[in-house]
Ligand binder design. Structure first.
Ligand SMILES: CC(=O)SCCNC(=O)CCNC(=O)[C@H](O)C(C)(C)COP(=O)(O)OP(=O)(O)OC[C@H]1O[C@@H](n2cnc3c(N)ncnc32)[C@H](O)[C@@H]1OP(=O)(O)O
Length: 497
């Protein structure tokens, strides 16, 4: 990027923030009904444009496929909408009559929305809706390799909002993103909150900007297939989940962990679902293109198994949906053990629950702390133990982790920004929804009187003090007990200092 481009993007950010400030001040006076009408209109436009935005995203980034990107847009426009539409976000949102506390929602103001290249349009639909639902404005910073489709998604959301009565200027998107421009957006005094999803450096930048931030980076999702699992159902769900949009969702499965005694059942079931098991030579060739200098190779992200096989120089059957490599180690030297964001799975063999739990923890520790860990089992005891043992914020059970993690097949909040809790350096382990997007003021009535402070009662005299007191009193020196006590106290203090 040239200096001119940097200056242009910094200026653009400042202009958008100034416009967003003005618009948000008006929007902050809107009623719940007005806000809800606007969100409904955005949801509708998201649904109507799900196809077109999906095609644009695939064409521009080369990641994923149109059918699944369309599903992601629909998930954002429909499922996220359904989960936020009845949430109260304006005025007094709750009254606790027992404790006499009224909760009042107050928008944050302007949100900086950092958008990943892997979900470049669905994230915009989602972040626009949760932000505006809480009467915020939002300024998007797109990933440079997805700038056009992200801009178009933001334009559509802005247009829908205005058509439904929102003030002009509530939603903006930077047209030519640069790092200095994005840093300006994150640090500017008009920005009140950062909603950052993307690569680790960008999320770190959000956290070090000094602004409140919800930031979510990569995961590295392990999945334990316990011997009580329904292997056919588990394999079907895992393959559907891992191959969705060619693996671009950060909650997607990265490594399967299975007991040696039931491994053959899992392998057979996975093969029936279109898994191709790489031999040692093929594994080496694929591993060689998974990472570059220890980091994920963006060229394999969101590509079909056939494109990846071609890049690696191996031949795979035409009906292959996912590549699987057996692995025994975890670490930088073992590319199969990292987050792959592509239809490639590692398979680990263990001897029982203890080893399985340890392996899953090790995988989470290697780049996915606090994110997601899955389990397939019919035994509630092992599910409970796994849920307690994993340093992960979402534990999808008997469902694909992609869908379970984002709340498409589980009861968790539908979202594209998934908190990783303190394990991942995040303030929350929640999926971010509308309720995370406003301050809550508490109007708190006095419900009891504070007791008056009273001096502490005098400590009883010690045995020695009592003896001295009685001796001095018997001399009839004309002093009260308290006066004699005070004299003893000052003599003792003098002696000890
Ligand atoms: C629920 C969910 O699914 S959320 C998904 C969240 N997870 C992710 O996005 C996965 C993490 N992402 C990644 O690992 C990477 O972004 C990949 C592998 C997908 C793509 O990698 P790449 O495009 O090669 O690299 P990366 O994303 O780091 O950025 C490329 C460049 O764009 C810059 N960039 C990224 N975002 C922005 C932005 N918003 N504004 C300006 N510049 C940006 C980066 O700083 C980097 O600059 P550099 O080349 O000067 O260092």
């Amino acid at each position: 990027m040239t200096l001119d481009a940097d200056l242009y993007s910094i200026q653009e950010v400042r202009t958008y923030l100034a416009q967003a400030k003005e618009a948000q001040a008006k929007f902050a006076t809107y009623s719940q009904e007005q806000v809800d009408r606007i969100i409904e209109a955005m949801s509708k436009v998201g649904v109507e444009n799900a196809d077109r935005l999906a095609a644009m995203a695939v064409e521009e980034t080369g990641f994923g496929n149109v059918a699944d990107k369309r599903m992601k847009n629909l998930f954002a426009a429909q499922d996220v909408y359904a989960s936020v539409k009845d949430v109260k976000t304006v005025g007094i949102i709750r009254k606790d009559e027992e404790n006499k506390v009224w909760e009042v929602a107050q928008p944050f103001g302007i949100v900086a929305g950092v958008v990943p290249s892997t979900n470049p349009t669905s994230t915009v639909i989602y972040k626009s809706m949760v932000s505006l639902k809480a009467r915020n404005a939002i300024v998007f910073s797109p990933h440079p390799s997805a700038a056009k489709c992200t801009l178009e998604a933001a334009r559509l959301m802005a247009q829908a909002a205005v058509a439904a009565g929102a003030p002009e200027g509530l939603i903006h998107c930077v047209t030519k993103p640069t790092l200095p421009g994005t840093n300006e957006l994150m640090k500017h005094k008009l920005t009140n909150l950062i909603l950052a999803t993307g690569g680790t450096p960008m999320v770190r930048a959000a956290y070090s900007s000094g602004k409140p931030a919800y930031g979510v980076g990569p995961g590295n999702v392990p999945v334990y297939i316990h011997h009580t699992a329904d292997f056919a159902a588990a394999a079907r769900r895992i393959v559907q989940s891992k191959t969705f949009d060619y693996g671009t969702i950060c909650a997607s499965e990265q490594a399967l962990v299975v007991e040696e005694s039931t491994k053959h059942q899992l392998i057979a079931a996975l093969k029936r679902e279109g898994a191709y098991f790489l031999n040692e030579q093929e594994k080496e060739k694929v591993a060689a293109i998974v990472t570059i200098n220890g980091s994920l190779n963006a060229k394999i992200v969101g590509r079909s198994p056939h494109v990846i096989a071609q890049m690696a120089g191996i031949t795979i059957p035409a009906d292959t949906r996912v590549l699987v490599a057996e692995e025994n180690n975890v670490g930088k030297a073992y590319p199969m053990s990292v987050e792959k964001l592509a239809p490639i799975l590692a398979l680990y063999t263990v001897q029982g629950d203890n080893e399985a739990f340890a392996r899953c923890r090790e995988l989470l520790d290697h780049g996915g702390l606090g994110h997601t860990a899955g389990i397939h089992a019919q035994d509630d005891n092992v599910i409970a133990a796994y849920g307690q043992a994993m340093p992960a914020s979402r534990i999808p059970v008997n469902t694909g982790t992609t869908f379970g993690g984002i709340g498409a097949t589980t009861g968790v909040q539908p979202a594209f920004t998934l908190g990783c809790g303190s394990y991942g350096g995040n303030i929350t382990s929640d999926n971010i929804g509308a309720k995370h997007m406003f301050n809550i003021k508490r109007v708190a009535f006095g419900i009891k009187e504070m007791p008056q402070s009273t001096p502490a009662p005098a400590a009883p005299a010690t045995q020695a003090e009592e003896a001295v007191l009685q001796a001095v009193s018997s001399m009839n020196v004309g002093l009260s007990r308290d006066e004699i006590k005070n004299i003893i106290k000052s003599v003792l203090t003098e002696m000890t200092t």
